[in-house]
Design a protein around this ligand. Structure first.
Ligand code: GLY
Ligand code: MN
Ligand code: MN
Length: 433
C-alpha cells in the first residue's frame, strides 16, 4: 500500500492536534485462541489509517512541530531467532524507510522514551477504554512525570479523546481510499456471483460460505465480517452465522458477505432461490425489497439527511406490505406507529469504511447529519417473515435483504456494488448461465 496515503492522514490529523499536542495510538493486542494458537491478527483501524503498519506490538506517536521528527513509531525489534519461528519483523530501520516514520524505536524502549515526549506536551490525544492494559501504561507514564514535577518537570494538563477528531476524518474517504473500497466491492460482487452460480439443492450453507471465502482469498482479500449464509427459515435470522444447514429445493438462501481489501470493507446482501427460480410468493416479497432499495438509493445525495434513505425505504415497504395484505391500515398511520417493524426491524444502512459498521456520527447537534461527498454508506432494506407469522402463511420463512454500498458524490451517488445482479430476472439469468 502506498505509504503516502497514511502520511496524508497523519498530516491532516496533526494539523488539528496542533503544537503542544501529542497523539498516542497502540496497535490491537494479540489474543490467544487456545494454548499456543492466537486469533488471526487484524490491525486496529485507527492505527492502520495513520500508519499502514501491519504488525502487532506497535505504538504510533504523533508530536506536531517536534523538531527531531513528528512521527515516532515504536515496533518490535529485529530478532533473527523469533523471525525464524514466527515470521519477519520490520524493525525500526524499515519502519523509517518503508513506513516513513521520522523516528522509530524498539517497543521495549517505550517506557524510557515516551515520558520524555509527554513532558513537552500540554494535551494528550488518546482513546481511553479500548485496552485497559494500555490505558494503565499511559497513566503510569503521566504519573512518572507527576512524581518528577517537584523537581521542575512539566505534566500535560489536558486529556482529549482522539476518536472525536480521527473518526470524523475517517468518515470522508479520499480518492485513494475509494479506490480500495471499489476493489473490495468488486471482489465481493464476484464472490456473490460465484455462490449464485454454484448453488443447488442439497448443498450445505457452509459450502456456499467456502465459495465466497475462496473468491475473497484468491484475490488477496479476507472477510470484513463472518459471512451470513442462511437458507429457508434461517433467512429470517438477521445475524445468522452458524451456516451449517442443508439448502433445500424451493427455499431462498440469503447471503450477507463482504470482503476486506487492504483494510477497507464491502458489505453486500442478496437473497436467491436455491433451485434458481423464485416462487411467486418469494418474488412478491423480493420485488418489494428491490423497489425499497432503489427508492432509498435515490435519496443518497449531498444535502439530504442521513435518515432520508431510511424514510424512503420504510415508505415503500409499508405501502407494499399493505398492498400484499401483510399489514392492514393506512400507510401514514402504520409508519407513525412503526407497525412495519414487525417485518422490517432494522435500519436501512450504516457508514462503511475500514470497519463494516464504520465510525462517524449519525447526528450532529441532535439533528440527522447531512450527506456530503466522500461519505460511504450501505443501503440495505429487507423484509423477514418468520414461520408462524399470523395472516402471512403464504410468505413464511421468506427473508430478503438487498444491500448495496453507495458513495455520496458531488452530483448524487455512485453504487459500488452495481455490477451484482439485483432483480429476480437478472439473478435467475445468472443462475441459469
Ligand atoms: N453485515 C452486517 C450488516 O449488514 O450490517
Ligand atoms: Mn450492512
Ligand atoms: Mn451486510
Amino acid at each position: 500500500m502506498n505509504p503516502k496515503i497514511h502520511a496524508r492522514h497523519r498530516k491532516q490529523l496533526m494539523r488539528m492536534v496542533g503544537a503542544g499536542g501529542i497523539a498516542i495510538l497502540p496497535s490491537t493486542p494479540v489474543r490467544t485462541r487456545n494454548r499456543d494458537v492466537d486469533y488471526p491478527f487484524r490491525q486496529d483501524s485507527d492505527f492502520f489509517y495513520l500508519s499502514g503498519f501491519p504488525e502487532p506490538e506497535g505504538v504510533v506517536v504523533l508530536v506536531p512541530g517536534r523538531a527531531q521528527g513528528e512521527y515516532i513509531l515504536f515496533c518490535r525489534d529485529k530478532d533473527l531467532e523469533q523471525e525464524i519461528w514466527h515470521g519477519r519483523r520490520c524493525g525500526p530501520e524499515c519502519a523509517k524507510s518503508q513506513y516513513l516514520a521520522d523516528d522509530a524505536f524498539p517497543i521495549e524502549d517505550i517506557d524510557d522514551i515516551l515520558p520524555g515526549l509527554l513532558e513537552h506536551s500540554e494535551r494528550v490525544y488518546y482513546t481511553m477504554g479500548l485496552d485497559p492494559n494500555f490505558d494503565k501504561r499511559v497513566m503510569d507514564w503521566v504519573n512518572s512525570l507527576r512524581n518528577q514535577s517537584r523537581s521542575g518537570g512539566h505534566v500535560p494538563y489536558e486529556f482529549v479523546s482522539l476518536d472525536y477528531l480521527l473518526h470524523d476524518m475517517r468518515l470522508f474517504k479520499s480518492r485513494d481510499e475509494l479506490r480500495l473500497m471499489k476493489k473490495a466491492a468488486k471482489i465481493s460482487v464476484e464472490a456473490h456471483k460465484r455462490a449464485m452460480k454454484i448453488c443447488k439443492p442439497g448443498m450445505y450453507e457452509y459450502q456456499l460460505d467456502a465459495e465466497i471465502l475462496h473468491e475473497f482469498q484468491f484475490n488477496g482479500a479476507t472477510w470484513a465480517y463472518p459471512s451470513i449464509v442462511g437458507g429457508g427459515a434461517n433467512t429470517c435470522i438477521l445475524h445468522y452465522t452458524e451456516n451449517n444447514q442443508v439448502l433445500k429445493d424451493g427455499d431462498l438462501v440469503l447471503i450477507d458477505a463482504g470482503a476486506e481489501y487492504q483494510g477497507y470493507d464491502a458489505d453486500i446482501t442478496r437473497a436467491f432461490p436455491v433451485n434458481g427460480k423464485y416462487t411467486p410468493a418469494q418474488k412478491e416479497i423480493f420485488d418489494l425489497v428491490v423497489q425499497a432499495n432503489l427508492d432509498a438509493i435515490k435519496q443518497v445525495k449531498p444535502g439530504n439527511h442521513w435518515n432520508d434513505p431510511h424514510h424512503a425505504a420504510v415508505k415503500t415497504l409499508t405501502k407494499g406490505m399493505v398492498e400484499l395484505g401483510l399489514l392492514k391500515g393506512t400507510v401514514a398511520k402504520l409508519i407513525k406507529e412503526e407497525a412495519y417493524k414487525k417485518y422490517y426491524m432494522h435500519r436501512t444502512g450504516h457508514w462503511l469504511g475500514m470497519d463494516v459498521h464504520d465510525v462517524g456520527d449519525y447526528k450532529v447537534d441532535e439533528e440527522w447529519r447531512l450527506l456530503e461527498p466522500g461519505m460511504v454508506l450501505t443501503i440495505e432494506p429487507g423484509l423477514y417473515i418468520p414461520h408462524g407469522s399470523r395472516g402471512a402463511k403464504r410468505w413464511w420463512d421468506i427473508g430478503v435483504r438487498i444491500e448495496d454500498d453507495v458513495v455520496v458524490t458531488k452530483d448524487g451517488h455512485e453504487v459500488l456494488t452495481d455490477s451484482l445482479p439485483k432483480t429476480t430476472e437478472e439473478i435467475e439469468a445468472l443462475m441459469a448461465s
